[in-house]
Each structure stands twice: as C-alpha cells, then as structure tokens.
Design a protein around this ligand. Structure first.
Ligand code: FBP
Length: 280
C-alpha cells in the first residue's frame, strides 16, 4: 500500500506544476459521461496512469476520464479507481480543485474499498489518507508531505453545502434544506466536491448534498471515482454517507461510470437526511 501512496505523492507534485502552468484549453475529447475534457484532465490522467503502471502491486486501474478498466499486472493485489482532477473547470477561476482515489481488493464495489485518498490543490496542497481505521491529513511543503493531524468528526456540524440545480430539487429535499438554514446552518458551496468536503471534514461536521433531481434522478457524482472514496473517509472519521435510503458503500454498482445521489456529513445531519427521505 505504501508504494501506492508514494505514487500518488509523485503524481501530486507533477500535477501541481501542470496546474501552475495553467493551460486551460479545451481538448477535442469527451469523457464517457459526455463532458468535454480539458487538456488539464487528460494530462493529469496520463501522469497518474504512468505512475501506477510502474507498480507491480496494482492489478487494474480505472479513471473517470477513460471509458474502460486498464489491466496493469495480472498478479497485482490492488484495483484503483481515480478522478484525476475533480472540478477542473474551476482552475480557470482560481478556485481549489482535487484528485480522488479509491483503492479496492477483488473488485470495484463499495464494500471492497480498503483505502481512499484525496488531494486538495488550493492555497496549499494537502493530502488526506484513509486506511479504514484512521483519516490522516498531510500538507505538502517543498515536495515533502508532512503529517498534520488525524481528522475526526463531531456528532453535529454547522455547514451546509447543497449541490445540484435548485429548481430541479424535489419538494422534500427543498424542505430539508430550508429547515437547515432556519436552524442556522451556514451556506458554503464552491462547486468543487473536494474542497467542499475537505471544508466539512476539517470543520468537524455539516452536510454536503448532491441529491437525485427531476433532471438527474441518479444524481451526477460517480460512484467509483467520487462517492465511494469520500464515503469511506467520512465513515472512518466518525460521520456517514447515504444516498437517502442506504449507506453509500452498500450501493450495487452495475457499470463503472454509474452515478448516485449522495449525502456526506456528521451523524446528526445524516440522520436528518434518512428521516426526510424515509417515506419517499
Ligand atoms: P467533474 O468531475 O466533471 O469535475 O464534476 C464534478 C463536480 O464538479 C464536483 O466537483 C462538484 O461537486 C459538482 O460537479 C458540481 O456540480 P454542479 O455544478 O451541478 O453543482
């Protein structure tokens, strides 16, 4: 596992240099969910793939930016799903973005995730590593990753980060969001999943939501590349992650690019979602 973390550190150092160069051009390509890929997406993807290809412990990798699973080493032990540069379009307006990694054994399903990592490219570069027992924060300084602290969530938070298009929210969801604002939750939403969830984790709690809506009943965020890794991190940090009906990590994946409604937060907020979505 250490080899994989070292490989992620190497990719992070390279990607930060690429972001700093700032070539925000659109490529001619589209990813499997029809999003026009930025050159940054493709370059970051190539960096990560080339670094993982050097590892004998890796059996397969799959990227949000690619159609299919890539076989690396048939005797490898680990399977890795990753989003090379989530929220990449935000670089253009100088907002924080991130990379997300899920490390699995046997197959790419929620209950087979054994480790997860994300990197925030913001005013500082920070990496969060979850091994299923602890969630550890590291900060990059002079290309070294220094341990800062373990991340633990409180029972209840103060932050509300509501994703997706409000006019397409179902009435029960709109009601829940309004009730949270009446309960003095603070609105924070950058449009970047990684910095928005990092904010909630470091502040000890709150709720990030990207529900199913009238225009996207299955939500927008991808199970393997975005939702499962953060569910693993939030649960290990003492919070939770649900799709409204069940733990996110119990969701059955039928296609590697499946999306899912998702809610990440401290326990009080997750219980609020489950109560609101119970009879829907
Ligand atoms: P990409 O993987 O295509 O970047 O999309 C993911 C994302 O940008 C998340 O980071 C963010 O939470 C969400 O989409 C924002 O979606 P919306 O603009 O619909 O609120």
């Amino acid at each position: 596992m250490n080899e994989i973390i070292e490989s992620i550190k190497k990719s992070t150092i390279e990607i930060q240099k690429i972001i700093a160069k700032g070539d925000m051009g659109k490529s001619e390509e589209q990813n499997s969910t029809g999003d026009t890929q930025l050159k940054l997406d493709i370059i970051s993807d190539v960096v990560i793939e080339n670094n993982f290809k050097l590892l004998t412990c890796v059996k397969q990798i799959v990227s949000e930016e690619q159609e299919n699973i890539v076989n690396i080493n048939k005797d490898g032990e680990y399977l890795i799903a990753y989003d090379p540069l989530d929220g990449s379009s935000l670089v253009d307006v100088n907002l924080s973005v991130g990379s997300i990694y899920g490390i699995f054994k046997n197959n790419f399903t929620g209950n087979n995730i054994i480790a997860s990592v994300y990197v925030v490219f913001g005013p500082r570069v920070e990496m969060v590593v979850c091994d299923g027992e602890t969630v550890k924060l590291y900060r990059m300084q002079n290309e070294e990753f220094n341990y800062i602290k373990d991340i633990k969530m409180d029972q209840k938070g103060t932050i509300k980060s509501p994703g997706s298009t409000q006019q397409c929210w179902y009435p029960h969801h709109k009601e829940m969001i309004n009730e949270m604002f009446e309960d003095n939750y603070n609105l924070t939403y950058s449009g970047g999943m990684v910095p928005d969830l990092h904010h909630i984790l470091l502040r000890g709690g709150g709720l990030f939501s990207y529900p199913g809506t009238s225009d996207k009943s299955k939500g927008k965020l991808r199970q393997l590349f975005e939702v499962f890794p953060f569910a693993h991190i939030f649960e290990t940090a003492g919070g939770g992650a649900t799709d409204g009906k069940q733990r996110v990590l119990e969701i059955e994946t039928t296609h590697i690019h499946d999306t899912s409604p998702c809610f990440f937060g401290s326990n009080d907020e997750i219980n609020r979602v489950i109560t609101k979505y119970k009879n829907i």
